[in-house]
Design a protein around this ligand. Sequence first.
Ligand SMILES: Nc1ncnc2c1ncn2[C@@H]1O[C@H](COP(=O)(O)OP(=O)(O)O)[C@@H](O)[C@H]1O
Ligand SMILES: Nc1ncnc2c1ncn2[C@H]1C[C@H](O)[C@@H](COP(=O)(O)O)O1
Length: 231
Amino acid sequence: MGTIKHQLRTNSLITLAGTVGVGKSSLTNALSDALGFEPSFEKVDGNPYLEDYYRDFKTWSFHLQIYFLAERFKQQKQMFESNIGYVQDRSIYEDVGIFAQLQYDNGNMTTRDFETYHSLFNAMIMSPYFPKPDVLIYIDGDLSMIIERIKQRGREMEITTPHSFWEDLYSRYKEWIFSFTECPILHLDINSYDCHDQESIGEIVRGLEKLQNNPDMKYLKLENTIYEQSK
Ligand SMILES: Nc1ncnc2c1ncn2[C@@H]1O[C@H](COP(=O)(O)OP(=O)(O)O)[C@@H](O)[C@H]1O
Ligand SMILES: Nc1ncnc2c1ncn2[C@H]1C[C@H](O)[C@@H](COP(=O)(O)O)O1
């Protein structure tokens, strides 16, 4: 798929948010390609804690969160210094507001560790390396479809994780997005776009432009961007 003409600032930061398996990485690829921006991925292969974490949340939650924070810091610093456009696969706000909070609420992180984690997070986002994203794209959809995608993707550690964990994560996302005010939100449903369709990606780009060019506009939901279906 080729590049799409757009009017976004050349150093824009577009961040994707949504639960595991919803399609962030796939859309990060398609959008960065279309915009001529760099993609910035969350690396799963090579994460030294992730498999242990899924086996034993209580032992590894704090270690994993610190690891993710360190990775994000390096990623943000590199993005800030290069001063070019990026599409980022997952925001730091989800680490703290969803994943760490979930494990704390479920008794898998102590108050001491949670407070240490929070103070590190707060110190980091005060640094110049953490400008607010221009737009956060929130991807949502039916939980059953999302679970199907997790199964199809085939990461063993995720497939063997109890359904209740995905339900908890899913319902937290629904609440979290309503309280999110750091930047404008472009809301997509997994049935409302197609990563392989230039028209559909073009509609998403138009949505991003609207939000970036209208400072009073804080939220936009794209109901259907798939040309074939909308006819
Ligand atoms: N629009 C889509 N339609 C069908 N399958 C999709 C779509 N987007 C992603 N997938 C598939 O769903 C799975 C999870 O997608 P991924 O982009 O890795 O999600 P995330 O990064 O949110 O965890 C992958 O197997 C991917 O190929
Ligand atoms: N902050 C996090 N805490 C726990 N687990 C996390 C965090 N960020 C990502 N993860 C996990 C969830 C998935 O198993 C992988 C990759 O996420 P994905 O949504 O598939 O990009 O890492």
